[in-house]
Ligand binder design. Structure first.
Ligand code: CAA
Length: 383
C-alpha cells in the first residue's frame, strides 16, 4: 500500500498552496467580513484549471484524478473555506453529473464552459420541505412540446446568485410507481425568463459563498436539457452527492488544518505563568489529539477519493464516512483552536473564530452527519 502522493498530485498541491498563500489567504478575513463573493479569485482559479479538475481536457477540464481534486479543495479551504465550497460545488455537483449523465451536446454546450471556469454552476435540489428528505420534491417540470415548463422554488442553493447554469431537480411524473422514479434532472440557464433569485441567507460562516433561494415561474427549458432520462433525477442527485461529499470532506480538512496551524503558532507566542503555553502538557495533549484526528480524517478523505477514481461501487459509503468524520473533526479542532487561544480566540482579532464558524456547516450541507450515518448503516445492513 502506497500512501505517497504521485507527481501530478504533488504538482497540484504545490500550485494551489502557492496560489492560496500569495492571493487567497491574505484576503480571506476580508471576504468573510464583507460577505463578498470572491469573483476575481474564482476567475483566476478557472484559468488555472481548478473549476473542472477531474473533467477530461476534451470538455475543458484538467483531466486529473479525484485525489488531486480533494487535495485542491483542501488547500483552497485552508486559505478560505468560502472559496473552497464554491469550487467544490462547481466541480462535484455541476460538472460531475453532466460528465456522468450528459450527452455530447450537453457536454459541449454546458460542461466545457463550466469546467474551464468561463461559467459557474449551482445544484438545485434542496427545497423548503425537502432538505434531508430529498425525495419530497415539490418543484414540477411539465413536458410541453419541445420544452419542459418548470415551476417551484429551491432554497439554500450555494453559488445560486452568481451562477450561470443550474442543475435543477424536479418532479416530472407524480404518478410514477416508485417515488424515486417521479423525479428528473435538468440543466437550466439561470438567465432564462422566469428564473429569479430570492432570499440570500445571512449565515454564521462561509460568508463569501452565497446561499439563496431560486424561484422558477413558468421557466421554459428545452427538452434537450433533460439530464439522463425522465425518472433518473433522484439517482442522479444521489450519485452526485456521493461525489460531492468528498469535496465537503476535503473542505473540512482544509479548515481543520488551518485551525490547527493557527493554534500551534499561537501556543508558541503566548506566555502565561512565565512560560509559553505550548510548554503546558494540557495544551500539548489538546494539539496531539487535534493532529491525530486530522490525519485519520485525511486518510478517509483520500481513500474515498481514490475509490471514486477507480469507480468502486461502494465509494459512496466511504464518502459518507469521510464527510461524517472530517466534518466532526473540523468542528472539534476549530473548537479546541479557540480554547488554545483563550479569550483572544473568541474575538475577531484572530482567525480561530472564523474557522469555528466555517467548520460548522460541513456537518450540515450535502447531507447532515445524521444522514451520513443513515447512508453508512444502510450499506452495512443491505446484505
Ligand atoms: N446512488 C444511487 N441510488 C441511490 C442512492 C445512491 N447513493 N441513494 C439512494 N438511491 C436510490 C435507492 O436505491 C432507491 O431506489 P429505488 O426507489 O429504485 O429502490 C431510491 O434512490 C430512494 O432511496 P431511499 O429509499 O434510500 O430514499 P430515502 O427517502 O430513504 O432517502 C437519503 C435517502 C439518503 C436520506 C437521501 O434523501 C439523502 O441523501 N438525503 C440528504 C440530501 C442531501 O444531502 N442534501 C444536500 C443538498 S445539496 C447541498 O447541500 C449543496 C450545497 O449547498 C453545498
Amino acid at each position: 500500500m502506497d500512501f505517497t502522493l504521485n507527481e501530478n498530485q504533488k504538482m497540484i498541491q504545490n500550485m494551489v498552496k502557492r496560489f492560496v498563500k500569495d492571493k487567497l489567504a491574505p484576503i480571506a478575513a476580508d471576504i468573510d467580513k464583507k460577505g463578498e463573493f470572491p469573483k476575481k479569485i474564482v476567475k483566476e482559479l478557472g484559468k488555472q484549471g481548478i473549476m473542472g479538475i477531474s473533467v477530461p481536457s476534451q470538455w475543458g477540464g484538467s483531466e486529473m484524478d479525484v485525489v488531486s481534486y480533494a487535495i485542491a479543495v483542501e488547500e483552497i479551504s485552508r486559505g478560505c473555506a468560502s472559496t473552497g465550497v464554491i469550487v467544490s460545488v462547481n466541480n462535484s455537483l455541476v460538472c460531475d453529473p453532466i460528465l456522468q449523465y450528459g450527452n455530447d451536446y450537453q457536454k459541449e454546450e454546458f460542461l466545457t464552459p463550466l469546467a474551464s471556469g468561463k461559467k459557474l454552476g449551482c445544484f438545485a435540489l434542496t427545497e423548503p420541505g425537502a432538505g434531508s428528505d430529498a425525495l419530497n420534491q415539490k418543484t414540477v417540470a411539465v413536458k410541453d412540446g419541445d420544452y419542459y415548463i418548470i415551476n417551484g422554488s429551491k432554497n439554500f442553493i450555494t453559488n445560486a446568485s452568481e451562477a450561470d447554469i443550474a442543475i435543477v431537480i424536479a418532479v416530472t411524473d407524480k404518478n410514477a410507481t416508485k417515488k424515486s422514479r417521479s423525479i428528473s434532472a435538468f440543466i437550466v440557464d439561470m438567465k432564462s425568463e422566469g428564473v429569479s433569485i430570492g432570499k440570500i441567507e445571512d449565515k454564521l460562516g462561509i460568508k463569501g459563498a452565497s446561499s439563496c433561494s431560486i424561484i422558477f415561474e413558468d421557466v421554459k427549458v428545452p427538452a434537450n436539457q433533460l439530464l439522463g432520462n425522465e425518472g433518473d433525477g433522484f439517482k442522479i442527485a444521489m450519485t452526485t452527492l456521493d461525489g460531492g461529499r468528498i469535496g465537503i470532506a476535503a473542505q473540512a480538512l482544509g479548515i481543520a488544518q488551518s485551525a490547527l496551524d493557527d493554534a500551534v503558532a499561537y501556543s508558541k507566542e503566548r506566555k502565561q505563568f512565565n512560560q509559553y503555553i505550548h510548554e503546558f502538557q494540557g495544551i500539548q495533549f489538546m494539539m496531539a489529539e487535534m493532529s491525530t484526528k486530522l490525519e485519520a480524517a485525511r486518510l478517509l478523505v483520500y481513500k474515498s477519493a481514490y475509490l471514486k477514481e477507480i469507480k468502486d461501487p461502494n465509494y459512496g459509503t466511504f464518502s459518507a464516512m469521510a464527510k461524517l468524520y472530517a466534518a466532526e473533526t473540523a468542528s472539534f479542532i476549530a473548537t479546541k483552536g479557540i480554547q488554545i487561544h483563550g479569550g483572544y480566540g473568541y474575538t475577531k482579532d484572530y482567525p480561530a473564530e472564523r474557522h469555528f464558524r466555517d467548520a460548522r456547516i460541513t456537518e450540515i450541507y450535502e447531507g447532515t452527519s445524521e444522514i451520513q450515518k443513515i447512508v453508512i448503516a444502510r450499506s452495512l445492513l443491505k446484505n
